[in-house]
Design a protein around this ligand. Structure first.
Ligand code: FES
Length: 143
């Protein structure tokens, strides 16, 4: 192996070593951005509201967290699903405050409307909202 061949080989290896963490970071960043700093997998699940696990959703003002999504019953037959991960510094989970009609992050005090919009910071980005469909006692949550 001559000198040029040695350095050529070393350069490619070093480049790959230095680029791996950068590419990994980019990938994570892109995933976080696309999901509002939340889930990276497609969201589509159905809750059986007769299950004791989801009993809180049978009461107006009740909420549960599943798969980094907070689902709240905001009024009769109306359910709201938002990411449970705060858009500020990713505190998880945020909480539903029925009395105030908002979602609250206890970490730094950001509040969000039931549509996920920022009421007050320090968060500046809204929470990602998911669709909900109630069919009998089955509540589907999906992107
Ligand atoms: S992490 Fe939620 S307000 Fe800072």
């Amino acid at each position: 192996m001559n000198r040029n061949h040695f350095f050529s080989t070393l350069g490619i290896s070093a480049g790959m070593i230095f680029m791996a963490p950068v590419l990994s970071s980019c990938s994570k960043s892109i995933a976080d951005t696309s999901s509002g700093g939340t889930n990276t997998t497609p969201v589509d699940f159905t809750l059986d509201l007769t299950s004791p696990t989801y009993a809180a959703l049978n009461t107006i003002g009740g909420s549960i967290v599943k798969d980094n999504i907070i689902i709240a019953r905001t009024s009769a037959g109306v359910y709201v699903a938002l990411t449970s991960i705060c858009s500020h510094q990713q505190y998880n989970p945020i909480a539903f405050e029925s009395a105030n009609g908002r979602f609250h992050c206890p970490n730094h005090g950001s509040n969000f409307g039931i549509d996920g919009s920022v009421i007050n910071g320090p968060a500046t980005s809204p929470l990602k909202k998911y669709n909900t469909t109630l069919s009998g006692t089955s509540l589907r949550v999906f992107a």
